[in-house]
Structures are given as structure tokens and as C-alpha cells.
Design a protein around this ligand. Sequence first.
Ligand code: URA
Length: 272
Amino acid sequence: MSDPTDDHLPEPEPPLWEQMAARNAELPGGERLQKVLAAVGWGSRRVCEDLIAAGRVTVNGEVAVLGRRVDPDRDRIEVDGAPVGVRPGLVHYLLNKPTGVVTTARDTHHRPIVTDLVPSEPRVFPVGRLDIDTEGLILLTNDGDLANRIAHPRHGIEKEYLAEVAGGAVSAGAVRTLREGVELDDGVTSPARVSQPSPGLLRITIHEGRNRQVRRMCDAVGHPVQRLVRTRIGPISDRSLTPGSWRELTSDERKALSEAVGRAAQQYDPST
Ligand code: URA
């Protein structure tokens, strides 16, 4: 039986986050943050709610609370400090560039260009560049924010190359030089990861993006490059993508790329 004096007890206060959620939910317009996060691949709405509740999501630099509404076109949304691409209409293509194709959105010499190999609408542009005689993975997008973050040395994410070089097996000393830093005319290169899976074949991972860098590094140790293929951009690789073909990044890949850019920015040391 219920105690009649209960009627006079004050209602218990709802927990703080519920109060804030209720207040946020009343904000006019916008979409619920968990819905926006789910739409760009951060998992189910439930998973996204957990991310928000754990304080891992910020909106315009402030930790978001459950029930937060956002404008995907205007608000800057980050998870663990990495921006999430939320604007509708953004596309992110991964292309396996063949040799003979120029990395530009327009070429005055009428040579084949990378944008010829992907859909023409919406207009996209290449992120960074590969030489005309270099093959392999390149991103094309209309997401200027992500492109800038990837291309900027401050965010310089790792790029991995396979280089077939002239002159046979590369000596352990030359491999060490490539790893530790090579004197080029625009300065010494930052430390690189270098291995030699078979004699004369080098796997080189760098995070700088200087002009013709891998070719110049190999030239400097007396092993000019004969064939150069980019096999990975940060977390993105795809051995089954044939030269000349492209595909859209998956939402997991977009997410991983955003995270990698965020991590690289944290580790950035301008003196190296
Ligand atoms: N390094 C090069 O030398 N060429 C490329 O296209 C990319 C990296």
C-alpha cells in the first residue's frame, strides 16, 4: 500500500545529463548529433549515443551532450579530436592511377588527367600528387577540408611506396641512409621506414610530400627508381583495385582517415 505522505515529497532531480539533454533537444532546428554521426558511419545510433555520453564528441570545440542538435553544414564536429565529414554531397574516391596520367584537375598539354578516370559530377580534385610516371593510390574528393588536412605537412600522414630500383640489391648502409635521412637539394629527408622485401625492391614509408621525393631519395643512394607504385595512404590500401579503376571510400575508411589525420597532427614536430 502506498504511503499518503509520499505525495508531499519533492520530485527527485533528474540527473544532470538528462536536464542538459532536455534543454538541448529544445533547441530549434538542426539534426540530432547521434543521427548525423550514424549517417557518416560511426555506427548505429545507439553506438553514437554512447560516444556522445562518453564525452568523445565535440561540436565547435565543446564537448557535446546527448540530445545535442547540430547543423551538419555549419557545425564542426569531431570525435576524439578528429573531424568527421558530415556535409552531404561529399565524395571520396580512391583511384589506382596508371602511368601516363597527370595528377591535375586541368592540363594545358591535353594529356590524360586523373579526373578523367572518375565521375565528372560532382567535380573533384586530387589530394596531393603522383608523378606522371608513378602508379598507385591517390584520393580524389570535393571535401576541401579533409584534402587540406591530408596534404598539409602538419597533418602529413604516412604514404607507402614500392620502388623497383636499378643497380640490384641495395646495401644495408644505403638502406640505413634512406631510413635516417638523405641529403637532398631542399634539405635532409625526415626519418623513413625502409625495407627490402627482395633484392632491388624497396618498401619506403614517408610522411613528407616533397616533389619526386622517393625518386630523389633513391637517386641519392645510387639506385635510380625504375618503377614506383604508391601502395598505401595512411590507413587506406587496396591490392584488388586494378590500374585505372576507382571506388568510393567506405565509411570505415573515411573514419580511419579522419582519425589518422588527427593523430598525425598531434605527433607533428616541425623540426623534423
Ligand atoms: N615520390 C616520388 O618520387 N614520386 C611520386 O609520385 C610520389 C612520391
